[in-house]
Design a protein around this ligand. Structure first.
Ligand code: NAP
Length: 330
């Protein structure tokens, strides 16, 4: 069988190591659809996988990459035909299944959706799991009745992948967006994405010192968790909603029930990995219509497979800005 290129993770007593390697296609896992991968992307979870953290990978050697866009080489009798352009996010691809940091992947057809025609391959991966999750969060706020005009909507971890896309989408939809970030130097970047103002991490953390603060945020998208989520819950407006998707600042949550029972605040949990197909179609179609593509392009960097390995520490340290697309053929 033909060879393909991949980042291969191997585990030894010294830990997990990563290297770009040439592999035979017969090493790909079983699955009905063979995909020629064009691009993947770098998410926080990819950083964890590349560094062997978080207990996400069960078996080594392993090919990481939780997202991919590519062309079907062999549909294997599924609804997909050779030449179809497909996208895969979640379903634990790149964690328990070999993923997109490779020029070929074999996947289950149930995990694939047709790539949106309105988005280029690079834009599709600039969105990736991070952008997909950001849109799920926006949909959750809408489902809880939070409308443009209701007041400030906070996005925490705004400089990261989920945060950047969330700011851009909310601003395009007409929301009054506040970027929550530990990086004051990114103020110009947040304004370009459409944020009206910046609030620092310390200020958000301080809010959590009392069970209730003055009502400020009509809605919030939280990618950080921990003390930041505890803090913002206290400053939600009456009947406000928070879409919580991340733990970049910690998995813990210390709070009281006061925001829930006095202000009727909703805390909505967001998971992208096992999202059902019907929701996936909605999310991609809303991304195609509501994400300003020029802003996405401006927030996107492109690197090759080799360079992706070196970015794992940076994304875990919270120092990557916006979205990083991996050109697996570079
Ligand atoms: N639920 C799901 O299905 C799902 C899907 C995708 C992602 N996620 C989660 O969402 C989070 C964000 O993912 P991402 O891909 O956007 O990651 P990312 O690009 O690394 O962004 C995370 C951002 O969080 C902020 N941050 C990092 N460390 C922090 C700390 N110690 N305290 C406070 N803020 C910190 C930084 O933003 P600032 O510098 O601007 O403060 C950073 O840019 C991750 O926890 C990820 O696992 C969940």
């Amino acid at each position: 069988m033909a060879d393909f290129q991949a980042i291969l993770l191997e585990k030894s007593d010294a830990g997990v190591s990563a290297a770009v390697t040439t592999l035979d296609q017969d090493r790909l896992p079983a699955g009905d659809v063979l995909v020629r991968v064009l691009y993947s992307t770098l998410n926080y979870k990819d950083g964890l996988v590349l560094k062997g953290q978080g207990g996400l990978v069960r078996n080594y050697p392993h090919v990481p990459g939780i997202d991919l866009v590519g062309i079907v080489e062999d549909g294997g009798g599924s609804a997909f035909a050779k030449g179809d352009r497909v996208v895969c996010t979640g379903f634990r691809v790149g964690e328990v299944w070999w993923g997109g940091y490779a020029t070929m992947a074999r996947l289950k057809s149930a995990w694939l959706v047709k790539a949106p025609e309105a988005l280029s391959d690079i834009q599709t991966m600039a969105i990736g799991t991070a952008g997909f999750t950001a849109m799920q969060c926006v949909l959750a706020l809408e489902a809880h009745g939070i409308k443009p005009g209701d007041g400030e909507v906070l996005v925490t971890g705004a400089g990261g992948g989920v945060g950047s896309v969330a700011v851009a989408v909310l601003a395009k939809l007409g929301y009054d967006v506040t970027a929550g970030s530990g990086r004051a130097a990114l103020e110009g970047y947040f304004k370009d994405l459409g944020a009206q103002r910046l609030i620092g991490r310390e200020e958000l953390t301080e809010l959590g010192k009392r069970p209730l603060q003055s009502e400020r945020f009509a809605g919030a998208i939280d990618t950080v968790g921990g003390d930041i989520l505890s803090g913002l819950l206290t400053a939600m407006k009456y009947r406000g909603a928070v879409a919580a998707c991340g733990l970049a600042g910690g998995a813990g949550l210390k709070t009281t029930v006061i925001p829930f029972i006095i202000r009727g605040v909703t805390l909505a949990g967001i998971d992208s990995v096992m999202a059902p197909q019907s929701e996936r179609q909605t999310v991609w179609s809303r991304l195609a219509s509501d994400l300003p593509l020029a802003k996405l392009d401006a927030a996107t960097s492109i690197v090759g497979l080799e360079a992706a390995i070196g970015l794992a520490d940076a994304i875990l340290a919270g120092s990557v800005r916006g979205r990083t697309v991996i050109d697996v053929n570079a």
